[in-house]
Each structure stands twice: as structure tokens, then as C-alpha cells.
Design a protein around this ligand. Structure first.
Ligand code: DAT
Ligand code: MG
Length: 139
């Protein structure tokens, strides 16, 4: 995995509200190339593994419940400085703190249901991409 890639999920709330098209448009307009993409639904075991780093946090149960309640769009994105630039594009974890024009400011309901995921490091981008996609499904 090159370090100019990041991993994203459009989370169940964004999909439920019909925001897939608008969010993908914003991602493309911001210079990211889609390397891999699918509509999928995480199982409880998937979400517990994906978010294992948070398993001692008080919100962990709610997070797993939320992330498994419906389909998500999982995607791998490519751009120079992808991880950092995508975190800027999505905005702060809590949409109340997110900058104007960011995806979370525009589409997130709350800190718990915040519309979109973005990897926080090149290492995690590689791990998270491999969690959802085989190498032959990344272009
Ligand atoms: P981010 O998604 O911005 O990387 P994170 O890794 O700290 O944020 O947390 C992962 C997810 O867990 C986050 O997108 C939503 C949920 N979460 C984080 N902090 C929370 C809190 N205080 N209350 C409820 N859910 C929270
Ligand atoms: Mg995170």
C-alpha cells in the first residue's frame, strides 16, 4: 500500500439519509481518486475488530450497534498527502466542532453518528484497506 492512500467509510447514517452521491461528489471534487469501493454491511465481529482500539471506551457498544445497523460504503482513496488531507476534508470527530464546509459539518448528526470515517495514519490506512479489500480489488 502506497502512503498516498487512505481508507474511508460512508457510515450507516449517511447511507440511510441518501447522502452517498453528495459525499462522493465532494470527495472527487477535492482531488481524491477512488481506488476501491463497495456497498457492504459490517457484522458485529467486523465492527468489534475494526474499532478494537476503542473497546474499553464507554461508547463502544453504541459504536458497534451503529456501525452494523445498515450498509456502508467502504472505499480506498488516492491523493498526495491523502491521510491528512482527507481528515481535513471530513472535519472534527464531533460535527459541532467541525469546520464549515467539511463533510461532518454538512452531513453528520452527532459525535456518535458522524457520517464518515477517515484513517488517522498511513499504517492504519493500509490495515483498514486490507480489512475490507483484497489486493486485486484495489485499482
Ligand atoms: P474519528 O472517527 O474522528 O477518527 P475516533 O477514532 O476518536 O474518531 O473515534 C471513532 C468513532 O467512535 C467516532 O467516529 C465516533 C465514535 N466516538 C468517538 N468519540 C465518541 C464519544 N465521545 N461519544 C460517542 N461516540 C464517539
Ligand atoms: Mg479514528
Amino acid at each position: 500500500m502506497a502512503t498516498n492512500r487512505t481508507f474511508t467509510m460512508l457510515k450507516p447514517d449517511a447511507v440511510e439519509k441518501g447522502h452517498i452521491g453528495a459525499i462522493l461528489e465532494k470527495i472527487s471534487a477535492s482531488g481524491f481518486r477512488i481506488v476501491a469501493m463497495k456497498l457492504t454491511q459490517m457484522t458485529t465481529a467486523d465492527a468489534e475488530e475494526f474499532y478494537a482500539i476503542h473497546n474499553e471506551r464507554p461508547f463502544f457498544g453504541e459504536l458497534v450497534e451503529y456501525m452494523t445497523r445498515g450498509p456502508i460504503v467502504a472505499a480506498v482513496l488516492e491523493k498526495d498527502n491523502a491521510v491528512e488531507d482527507f481528515r481535513t476534508l471530513i472535519g472534527a470527530t464531533n460535527p459541532a466542532d467541525a469546520a464549515e464546509g467539511t463533510i461532518r459539518k454538512l452531513y453528520a448528526a452527532s459525535i456518535g453518528e458522524n457520517a464518515v470515517h477517515g484513517s488517522d495514519s498511513d499504517e492504519n490506512a493500509a490495515i483498514e484497506s486490507a480489512f475490507h479489500f483484497a489486493g486485486r480489488d484495489m485499482f
